[in-house]
Design a protein around this ligand. Sequence first.
Ligand code: FE2
Length: 601
Amino acid sequence: MNILGINAFHGDASAALVKDGELVAAIEEERLNRRKHCAGFPGLAAKAVLSGSGVAPTEIDHVAVSRDPKANLHKKILFTLQKRPSFTKLVKDRLANVAKVRGLDDALAAALGVQAKQLRAKFHNVEHHKSHLSSAFFVSPFDEAACLSIDGFGDFVSNMRAVGRGLDLEILDRVEFPHSAGLFYTGITQFLGFHKFGEEWKMMGLAPYGKPTYVEKLRQVIRPLDGGRFELNLDYFRHHSEGIEMTWDDGSPQMGLCFSPKLAELLGPARDPEDPEFFGKWADIAHSTQVVFEEIFFHVLNDLHARTKLTKVALAGGCALNSVANGKIFERTPFREVFVQPAAGDNGTAIGAAFFVEHSVLRRPRNFVMRHAYTGPGFTDAEVAAAIESARGNGSVGSVGSVGWDPTISVRHLEDADLYREVVTAMTAGKVVGWFQGKMEFGPRALGNRSIVADPRRADMKDILNKRIKHRETYRPFAPSVLEEKAAEVFERSEPSPFMLMVYKVKEAMRAKLPAITHVDNTGRLQTVSAATNPRYHALISEFERQTGVPLVLNTSFNEHEPIVANPTEALNCYLKTRMDVLALGNWILTRQVQADVDAA
Ligand SMILES: [Fe+2]
């Protein structure tokens, strides 16, 4: 039984393959076409998840699409009829999108290089939030759990709650357009001058620098309602009245401003994106937004607990990527076990739609738990060697860039133990290491296979990374990857966080020792690494502990202002164009002289 899940014409387009009830591959289109958050049709991803799986396009039994133009249709029509003519553009855009979703079989056949009539698969439309809920519950270890999907919007809904039991999701309720906790967060993110799609991280990272001085004002923008519901004060938004301009094609999505001019009456003028100042008032607004978002998030979750009396919860939707809020679930709700799927955003709906068909439609039993996120492409030792040879031989790195080879680079092939030892020795000398191993991660976080790793003990490491590679806002924190069995020695909580979706406080005694990963509010967005799911990364961190006594490393994604690198050539390109010192590509290690004097300057 082969089910292809597709998230198409929505942010973070992606594809997933579920074969006999197991997730065998899941990939975001952006990693393959190199356009961040790409929202088009995931043709490359669909082809990639099939390749290596032994499943031919003609052997796909079902295609599950994570949206349903017919879902909540009566609400959409009613809402549209109530609106003025100015709303017609939004209606037109929506109809154009519906047409695209209906033409998916042709798009898929073309992407897979077959005729549409050769595809014998049955197509299913799965409502967006049912896909989110399925992406969490059906791959969780829970037989029964409370489930929450919370995001901006999808299929006219922003919030859906359910009870998951076995093969079924019993939907409890929905919060419909135009009300949305995700849109609240996005709106204030935009107000702070972060206008690109998916920049909510920037506000979350800024929040700890501020004070809660705008909480009262922001409580006027979104309000809790009885029954675990909430509503926006629509005076402060324009998505419901004018519609928001969205560019939803093959490139990176672009989204117009969703807040109205009235918000400036409440908070003062919006921040200019060019303003070099991030702190002061802006950090206070970020902090207050996080506080008010958490009030709504825990209002929704506590009511869900009260209604279900369950102690396990499965979360998905873009707001479930708010790792700061996730880390407080154990303190602020009665839930005792939490599962957040690594691609909790719209990328993960490809998985969710596929498992919804597998279980809720086909009634096939559950036999899979998503214990890791390494579902992307992997490369053999010979393929890595060929990529290095090509880069070295041509004097440049082929089609992904034109950066020349550096003749000071040495290339060696090491046994595992030597590789770990040498990489850690370089890290402890303050060097920055590209760590490219095994299969690529699914979801927004690099989890030790497409990562840049460094020594978390160095106070200057944040600056070094920013100067040499990341060039991002200097206030933003870097994250730690800690041995799962040692997490409790470093952090105040020890509940696992395998997908880097929980923020916990660093223990007081450890804070001064770990300046590169301890955020200004003494927290860290940790990844707990287990030997069972990533033995090589676990071995590397174990070697770091052996040499330093510290059971964690700094981990940031392997990229420079682009989607995370997917293949060895992209890793080589990133290595050559930045001033990364060492690159570990599988068992191949590349080292070069890096100008420490430039850092000092
Ligand atoms: Fe979503």
